[in-house]
Design a protein around this ligand. Sequence first.
Ligand code: ARG
Length: 606
Amino acid sequence: MNNPAELVVPRVQAAIATAFGEEFRQTDPVVRPSQFADIQINAAMALAKKAGLPPRDAAAKIVDALNLDGICTGVEISGPGFINLSFDGTWIEELLNAEAAEAASKATAVTPAAAPQRVVVDYSSPNVAKEMHVGHLRTTVVGDSLVKVLEALGDTVIRQNHIGDWGTPFGMLIEHWLEIGEDSPEAALLVDDPSAFYQAARAKFDSSAADADGFATRARLRVVALQGGDEETFAVWQRLVAQSKRYFNAIYSMLGISLTDDHIAGESSYDEHLAQLCQELEERGLARISDGALCTFPDGFSGRDGQPLPLIIRKSDGGYGYGTTDLATIRYRVRELGADRVLYVVGAPQNVHLRMVMATARDAGWLPDTVEAVHVQIGNVLGEDGKILKSRSGAPVKLMALLEEAVDRARAVIDASRPELSDEERAVTARQVGIGAVKYADLSTGHDTEYVFDFDRMLALSGNTGPYVQYAAARIRSILRKAGVLEQFTDGGAGGTVADGTSAAGARAGGPATAIAVVEPAERALALHLLEFDTTLNKVRDALEPHRLCGYLFELAQLFTSFYDQCPVLKAEESVRESRLALCALVLRRLSGGLELLGIETPENM
Ligand code: ARG
C-alpha cells in the first residue's frame, strides 16, 4: 500500500487524538481531492461542532498537533476550516519506486485485502435450450471481472453457474428432441440456435394442447417421468443439457470467460432437497398455505394492494418453483460451501425475488448475520430505440452473431489503420479489440444502470472505451519496443500483468531497477494516480463495482497521454530517458493488469 492519501490518515488521526482527546482517535479525517493542494482534510468542521469551537480554530488545533515531517511540504487552512496538504516530492518518488518494485514481483503485485473471505459468486446462469440474451452477457462479463478482482485481492472465490436446467418445459423439450432424432439437423439447433429449438418445441406443444394423446400430453407425462426419476428419461435429459453446455461454452470461449463445466450447479442439483425444505419451513411455522400454495411471507414485502407479498415455495399442484430452488441454493452455499459472502450477479428485475429468498433464509437461520448476501443488480441492455435489445424481427438477438459483428467491425478498422501487420496479427488484434469493446461497455457503466448497446460508441478510440485504454497500452509497448527495452520490462509476452507480472528489469537482472524521478507536473500527476491502484481495487471489492476500475484506467490512459505530450521520452537525455521509460513501463503494467482484471486482453499491436 503506497497511496499517500491513505498513509497520511494515521498521522491525522494521531493529531486529532492529541488535540481533542483519545476518544476521537478513530475519527474519519474525511480526505478529499483539493483544488489547491494534493488533498484536503475536512474533519475539522464536524469536530468543531462537537467541541463547541469555531471550525477554523478546530482546524488550527489539528494542524498544531500534526507531524508531517518528511511527507508533506505544505499545510494550509482554507475556507471554513479545510486543511490542505501538499505531499513532499521526494516522498512521492520513494512511494512510486516502491510501487514499481512491488508491481514487478508477482507475489506482492497487489496488496491483499485486510481480511480475505470465502465468496460464492453466482453469475452468468443462463437457461438450457434458450438463447443467452444480452442480459446474460452482462452478468457473465461483470461476474467474471468481480471474480478476478476478488481473487487478486486474496479472497477464495467459488464460482457457481446456476443454469436453468429443470422444470416443466423439459417435458416438451425432451419429447421434441426424441421425435426429431437426437442426431437430426434440427437437433443441432440446440447448439447453434437454441431459441429456434425451443420455439419449435413450444409450437408443437401449443398446437396439440387439445389432443388427448398428442404431443402436449406426452410432454406432461415426460415431466412426471423426469421428476419421478425414470432412468431412461433422465439419460435423455442429461444428453440434452450436455448439448446446451456446448453452446454456453462456445460463448464463454469467444468471450474469454473463466467459467467451466466444473462451475455448473444448476437448478436440478437442488431438486432432491426441496420436499424436505418445504416440510421444515411448514413445521417451524415459517410457511403457510395461502390459496392452496405453500408460501412464506417475509417481513417488509408487500404488494400493490398493501397485502404481505408471498414467496411461493410449493405450488397448489404440488410442484416446486424458482424460489424453492433458490432457498435450497442459499442454504447449500452457506452450509456446504462455507461462504462468508454470497453474490448474485443477476438482472435487476429479479431483485424482489432474491431479497425475499434472502429474508426467508435469514428467518430460517440458513443465512446467519455473519454471512453477507448481495444482489449485484445488472441493468438492462437496450437497443437504440430505448427498449430491451431485440433483433429487427423482434426475436432475441443471437449473442454469437453480435460478438462476431463486434470483431468484424474492429477488423475493418485495423485493416485500414495497420495494413503493414500480417493477416494473423490483424485477426488477433481485431478479436481482442472487438470483444474488449463489448466487455468494457458492459463494465464501464454502473452495473445497475441501463445502457444503450451501440457499436460505434463502444468501438470509438476516444472516450471511456475499451479501445481507448487498449490503445494507450499498445502505444507504450511501441515506445518500449523502439527503445529496445520491451522484453526487459514485460517478459516479451502479453505485457506485465497483475497475474503474470513476474519480470522487471531489476528483478531479472538481479540489480536495482532504474529509479523513476518525479519532476514535471505531468509526471507527478501520473505518479499520484498510479499510487491509487490498490485503493481502487479494494473499492471495487467492497462496493462490487467494476466500473470504478474502468474509470481508473481511463484516467490513467488520459494522464499518460498528457505526460507523453509534455515530456519527451525517447528523445530525452540518457538519465531522464531511463527514468521515463521505467515510468512508462509501470503505466503499461497497470493498464494491462487492470484490463486483465476486467477480462480484457491487451493487444500487442494496435
Ligand atoms: N437462470 C436465471 C435467468 O436466466 C438466472 C439465475 C440467477 N441465479 C439464481 N440463483 N437465481 O433469469
